[in-house]
Design a protein around this ligand. Structure first.
Ligand code: HEM
Length: 397
């Protein structure tokens, strides 16, 4: 069975977009092998991806099928793997309902002043940096500060989250599942829960603890798991949106000028950033609970499926001139936030952060450019995220 590396070599391509373009045409559904040896159906066409995400027979309860997770002690596995993205049916409804009210567009809009202040403070610091970098100075710290504030997690622990979350995401699906990192992360969250139990505040984590303690709607391991999910899902994803969008803007000064002159055009541009360089390249793994047909292929019960959002979002059957960036694209029914019952809970928050960050960045540093415009962009390793490791810039203030 072929690996991703084999496919890159076979087609002589470097970019995942070029690879997926070929696969959409030639092998829209085929089995590939993860670096840790696990076979996986890769789904690349938009229509099949949407059908797959809407099909209840493709379940998120993959259990221990990603073999590397077997190395985790059961209690640690439960404390990170029983969140809403890993269950379905009534458990999913129960868990999602517990926090969904916090993430409605209306509630999220109330965070605007706080996010504006955080962004402007970060840009103040960036302005005086010897070597400013759009990833380190803005894209990383902003989503982390926002999610920590929402949950009620100490700001001082930002850096530890960053280290854990990076190591976790780089290790998923590889032979080196980051056992120590995950264990440390879970222990940290458990300690935090104890601390909040002793001294509750008005933030989301305390509210979840109250739901667990008063009404017994949440098991202890589900509570830890939910924190784990919110930190990972709410953080790295948005980092990539801010970073990828900034890189796209820096390569298009005429677009930056247009958005600076017309802030109303920023939201449509953000949707195109999401389509064109999708921050989360694939939905989380699904497992077939029974034998089924998808895209003319039989998937046997128990087999794993990876829905490629990165590929779906470049499908020419749905997006005219799909490999070109068009900041005014309408309609733009991208699937960067997924589709179906696991559709991203944090989409309104991610959009709010992006609208504020790009607006302020454009206003504050109108002459910003890449430090070395001819240098190749440094994409992160691993299969789980599409984002940059760094983006050094000149501010030209
Ligand atoms: C689910 C993408 C930001 C919380 C998802 C899914 C995608 C996604 C593709 C579905 C995964 C699947 O079906 O397997 C993104 C992107 C983001 C972003 C591209 C930023 C640009 C956020 C933020 C939060 C968040 C800021 C919250 C703090 C969640 C949660 C789920 C989820 C809780 C699971 C929902 C469920 O299972 O019902 N996200 N996300 N995300 N996202 Fe996001």
């Amino acid at each position: 069975m072929v690996t991703f590396a084999d496919l890159y070599a076979e087609y002589g391509v470097k970019s995942p977009h070029d690879l997926f373009e070929r696969l959409r045409e030639e092998r829209p559904l085929f089995q590939v092998q993860l670096p840790n040896g696990v076979p996986l159906w890769l789904v690349t066409q938009y229509a099949d991806c949407r059908a797959g995400l809407g099909d209840a027979r493709l379940s998120n309860r993959i259990g221990t099928r990603i073999v590397a997770q077997d190395v985790l002690p059961a209690e640690i596995r439960a404390s990170m793997g029983t969140h809403m993205l890993r269950v379905d049916g009534t458990d999913h409804t129960r868990l999602r309902r517990l926090v969904s009210s916090v993430f409605t567009a209306k509630r999220i809009e109330r965070l605007r002043p706080m996010v504006e202040q955080m962004t402007s403070d970060l840009l103040d610091k960036m302005a005086v940096r010897e070597q400013p970098d759009a990833i380190h100075d803005l894209a990383y710290p902003l989503p982390m500060q926002v999610i920590c504030e929402l949950l009620g997690v100490p700001v001082a622990d930002h850096e530890r989250f960053r280290t854990w979350s990076n190591a976790y995401l780089a290790g998923v699906g590889t032979q080196n599942f980051p056992v120590e990192v995950v264990t440390e992360f879970v222990h940290y969250v458990r300690d935090l829960v104890q601390q909040k139990r002793a001294e509750p505040d008005d933030k989301l984590l305390s509210a979840m603890i109250a739901a667990r303690d008063d009404e017994d709607r949440l098991a202890e391991h589900e509570l830890t798991s939910m924190c784990f999910l919110l930190i990972i899902a709410g953080y790295e994803t948005t980092v990539n949106l801010l970073g990828n969008g900034t890189a796209l803007l820096l390569d298009r000064p005429e677009l930056a000028d247009r958005l600076r002159a017309d802030h109303e055009a920023i939201p449509a541009a953000v949707e195109e950033f999401l389509r064109f360089e999708s921050p989360v390249p694939g939905a989380s793994f699904r497992v077939a609970t029974e034998t089924l047909e998808l895209g003319g292929q039989t998937i046997e019960e128990g087999e794993l499926v990876l829905i490629s959002l990165l590929s779906a979002n470049r499908d020419g059957q749905v997006f005219p001139d799909s490999m070109s960036f068009d900041a005014e694209r309408t309609p733009n029914q991208h699937m960067a936030f997924g589709y179906g019952m696991h559709y991203c809970l944090g989409a309104p928050l991610a959009r709010l952060e992006a609208h504020i960050a790009f607006r302020q960045l454009l206003e504050r540093f109108p002459r910003m450019e890449r430090l070395d415009p001819s240098a190749a962009l440094s994409w992160r390793p691993g299969l789980v995220m599409r984002g940059l490791t760094e983006l050094p810039v000149k501010l030209n203030q």
